[in-house]
Design a binder for this molecule. Structure first.
Ligand code: HEM
Length: 224
């Protein structure tokens, strides 16, 4: 359906949408530091609009599927183009992040499934998921902190965020390259932008499980 250039563009554009989602989601998550009122009312505001919420959810799902489908297509096309395998596999001018994009992406996909089961569906920690605050709203504040007070859960998030950083750091630079915007003189700046986005998203997100584990933020109710 798409040429290789078209497929690269699809991967790049869907990558941009996913990076914007991850940045927006991190900003939403950081409201946990403003206290239960801020994050619970933000969650209630999103939940109160099922139409737009489901449109965004389905849009995100389509974006993820197109992103992964594009990568699979490009990988297969690459393999077909190279009929004989290299005798010695020595990557030229590649970084650890670039060589491991498929693996970091696959683990991230598994993380998103785990994360949805944990905080959106409530299958991992049902007792904390069903808490409501004094105003009768879903107590996202206590649910999230109680979840992260469990070291195994926090450690799995922290590892996943490290992989997200690796994936984003290389991914943002590739977005510019695939969309044809990359000019040799801009390479260092683009790589720096990719790294800054990755570091901000990773540190912002990791701060939440760390703060819960160290007791810097505490639930207003619950079993811990
Ligand atoms: C420590 C980091 C993170 C925290 C604290 C966090 C927190 C949350 C919370 C509390 C919810 C449920 C919101 C609600 O019920 O209103 C949620 C949903 C979600 N999160 Fe995260 N999240 C984190 C990282 C991520 C990452 C890295 C991704 C994607 C790569 C992600 C993707 C999602 C998605 C897709 C949803 C479902 C949104 C919906 O349709 O309701 N999250 N997250």
């Amino acid at each position: 359906m798409f040429s290789t250039i078209g497929t690269k563009l699809v991967v790049a554009v869907t990558g941009v949408v996913l990076v914007l989602f991850v940045i927006g989601h991190m900003l939403g998550n950081l409201q946990i530091y403003l206290g239960p009122e801020a994050i619970n009312s933000y969650a209630a505001f999103l939940q109160a609009k099922p139409g737009p919420l489901w449109a965004i959810r389905l849009g995100l799902l389509a974006t993820v599927l197109l992103h992964i489908g594009g990568i699979i297509r490009l990988t297969l096309a690459n393999r077909r183009a190279r009929t004989t395998a290299y005798a010695i596999k020595k990557p030229v001018q590649s970084t650890f992040a670039s060589r491991t994009m498929v693996y970091s992406g696959s683990v991230l996909l598994a993380f998103v499934v785990f994360h949805l089961l944990h905080l959106t569906i409530g299958a991992i920690d049902p007792e904390n998921f069903h808490l409501t605050d004094a105003a009768g709203r879903h107590d996202v504040y206590s649910m999230t902190i109680l979840g992260f007070q469990q070291p195994l859960i926090s450690i799995s998030y922290i590892i996943a965020m490290g992989l997200l950083g690796l994936h984003l750091g290389h991914g943002v630079a590739s977005i510019f390259q695939s969309s044809g915007l990359r000019r040799p003189q801009l390479v260092p700046m683009i790589e720096v932008i990719g790294r800054i986005v990755a570091v901000v998203v990773v540190l912002g997100n990791i701060s939440i499980p760390v703060a819960a584990l160290l007791g810097w933020i505490s639930p207003t109710q619950g079993r811990f």
